[in-house]
Design a protein around this ligand. Structure first.
Ligand code: PMP
Length: 443
């Protein structure tokens, strides 16, 4: 007879199980084992509960939408209108191959060595000339090469933001930027957009009450809405920035991809009092895999950004900077831009035409005059998240509008990228998407 009651045994069992000391085998039952990670003194070593050690910043890093868009890339048969990436078919692989071969042949070991944090001088010189042609008065020493403009955003956040600081951004806006600012613990003040861009009348009211660290804006072919800020609005925005002493971060990955008239003058090119910090990237106009972007900033800011970058990755890959320098200096960037402007315009039109052909009544969108995205409003009663599930059954995807909102908006909106797939795939994908919408409407 055991003098132990059942509850004690059950509790003991649970404690052993929690310590990982119960092993169960089919047909043999459960037994208490010597813990495999018991140390020499037979003290069980607990697995580390890593979450308990995370910083509060790590806890704010949650960005499930971005992660799932990137994961989706490898899925077969999937037609992704979610990923904001150029079409692989247009990557200039032959030209890049020649450049790499010549680089190896010349035995340029420097292309594989450490380099300066600010970036490879010939690339910065090329960019300074290229930007000057676009009205931005700058020079190589005011350009920092970054590992994509996503890193530029992160570095700017590191040098400017303290938890609790206010910043201003358009709503909806780029989800990668929302993630960075939220992770830093910023309070995000949102300003709506209309067809002329950020509502400067609302911004003025906000600025007269609060002093944000900066205004983050995407004036040209905005992500996700495709909106382009009018010239008058650009001037109003700059005026407010000067009046209230608020720096502007201008994120400008899409402005070279204009399909009607263009290019539009950037805020940076209109800025006469060094209030604008400018972010550019090769990712959208060429390819994203080399991870090359740049930041144009006043000298003191650039020095601080370089210090921040040193701690992150010392410098952007020397090898990819050398490759891109040759590519650009051989005039291939401008050549490539002419090609993709043509192709993406056709793809935009095919997406819009196919939507017109197959979409059920109630779906609407605004045709953007450049960039990557169609921003669509779903028929009444259809929710973007339910549609995403339905669309997944048909192997097509998009980004639901709420991912671009800081608050609760965007539930009936979706973003479709028309650049990543070429024409036949766009037609097939839009057909699948419209079928999913119709099925939901008929449920
Ligand atoms: N800013 C905006 C507005 C973007 O849309 C993106 C990419 N989707 C980025 C920055 C980041 O681009 P990358 O880091 O590839 O240069």
């Amino acid at each position: 007879q055991l003098g132990v009651n059942r509850t004690t045994i059950v509790n003991a069992y649970h404690e052993l199980a929690a310590d990982g000391l119960i092993q169960s085998h089919v047909g043999r039952g459960s037994m208490v084992c010597i813990h495999p990670t018991m140390n020499q003194d037979r003290i069980p070593i607990q697995p580390v509960s890593w979450q308990n050690y995370y910083s509060s910043q790590a806890e704010r890093m949650h960005n499930p939408v971005l992660a799932s868009i990137l994961d989706e890339i490898s899925e077969e048969d999937q037609i992704s209108f979610a990923l904001g990436a150029p079409a692989g078919e247009y990557y200039p692989l032959k030209e890049l191959n020649e450049i790499c071969k010549a680089m190896m042949h010349a035995g340029n070991w420097q292309a594989f060595a450490y380099g300066p944090t600010i970036g490879h001088l010939p690339l910065r010189e090329y960019l300074a000339d290229w930007l000057r042609l676009r009205g931005i008065k700058t020079q190589a020493q005011n350009i920092l090469i970054t590992s994509g403009s996503q890193q530029g955003l992160d570095l700017l956040t590191k040098i400017f933001l303290e938890p609790g600081d206010f910043i201003v951004m358009e709503e909806p806006s780029f989800l990668g930027a929302i993630g960075v600012f939220k992770t830093a613990g910023a309070h995000i003040l949102t300003i709506p957009l209309d067809e002329e861009g950020i509502r400067t009348d609302i911004l003025e009211q906000i600025l007269s009450r609060r002093r944000p660290k900066f205004i983050y804006t995407l004036p040209t072919f905005q992500n996700p809405t495709g909106t382009t800020m009018s010239l008058a609005r650009r001037h109003e925005l700059l005026k407010l920035a000067y009046q209230f002493h608020v720096p502007i971060i201008e994120d400008d990955p899409y402005s070279e991809l204009y399909y009607e008239q263009g290019p539009f003058p950037s805020l940076k090119s209109l800025d006469e009092h060094e209030h604008v910090i400018y972010l550019g990237t090769f990712s959208k106009m060429l390819l994203p895999g080399l991870r090359l972007g740049w930041c144009v900033a006043p000298t003191t800011v650039l020095e601080q950004l370089s210090l921040a970058k040193q701690h992150v990755d010392l410098h952007t890959s020397t090898t990819t900077q050398w490759i891109m320098t040759d590519f650009c200096n051989q005039g291939m960037l401008d050549q490539h831009l002419s090609l993709v402007r043509n192709q993406y315009k056709r793809q935009r039109d095919i997406m819009a035409d196919t939507l017109t052909e197959f979409s059920p009544p109630g779906l609407s969108w605004v045709l953007p005059s450049g960039g990557y995205y169609l921003w669509c409003e779903l028929p009444p009663g259809i929710n973007a998240t339910s549609l995403l599930r339905k669309a997944a059954e048909k192997k097509v995807s998009f980004v639901p509008g709420n991912a671009f909102h800081i608050h609760s908006g965007g539930k009936n909106l979706i973003r479709l990228c028309f650049c990543h797939h070429t024409e036949a795939t766009i037609r097939e994908g839009i057909y699948r998407l419209c079928t999913a919408i119709s099925e939901l409407l008929n449920q």
